[in-house]
Write a protein that binds this ligand. Sequence first.
Ligand code: COA
Length: 146
Amino acid sequence: MHFILLRWVIVLKVGELIRNFKARDSKDVLLRSPLWSDIDDFLHFINSLVDEGADILANTKRTREEEVDFVSRLITNIERNRMISVVAEVEGHLIGHVEVTKKVGYASHVGLLGISVLKDYRDIGIGQELMKEAETQAKNLGVEII
Ligand SMILES: CC(C)(COP(=O)(O)OP(=O)(O)OC[C@H]1O[C@@H](n2cnc3c(N)ncnc32)[C@H](O)[C@@H]1OP(=O)(O)O)[C@@H](O)C(=O)NCCC(=O)NCCS
């Protein structure tokens, strides 16, 4: 007799809404997966972090062309279940982002995480909500260790 094990995986697709919450200062925050139309917000986001000298991997500003490549890779990797990505939006603008990239082969149960929130929106609980969501989404992708 053969047994077939089916593992139901709920993976978020591009642009999918996740949930709303109120930040500690009462701002309404929306969590969702990213969209093509986030390119200009992503560009402003990354360049603000670089300007600030934030503790992220990038230290040079990006051009719009480079950002198009970044968003293109991001969306491709989400579609192929290689990573999860969640953006935080306030008043229609992207102000926070978390991503977990799944390693491959024997290490495919391990995910690498990157997180940032724009300076003016820190210390009101948005990073913590992004972390919680990253954990949930990454688990759905089969990641056991972040
Ligand atoms: C780290 C970051 C995303 C936190 O976002 P946030 O919205 O301010 O987070 P919250 O308001 O939910 O929580 C703030 C808490 O995170 C802590 N914190 C801030 N940076 C941290 C870090 N790098 N590691 C661990 N904890 C950190 C704060 O001390 C604070 O702790 P407290 O609640 O006990 O006082 C934000 O500070 C940021 O974008 N920093 C610049 C980029 C960066 O350092 N990214 C992480 C490395 S990839």
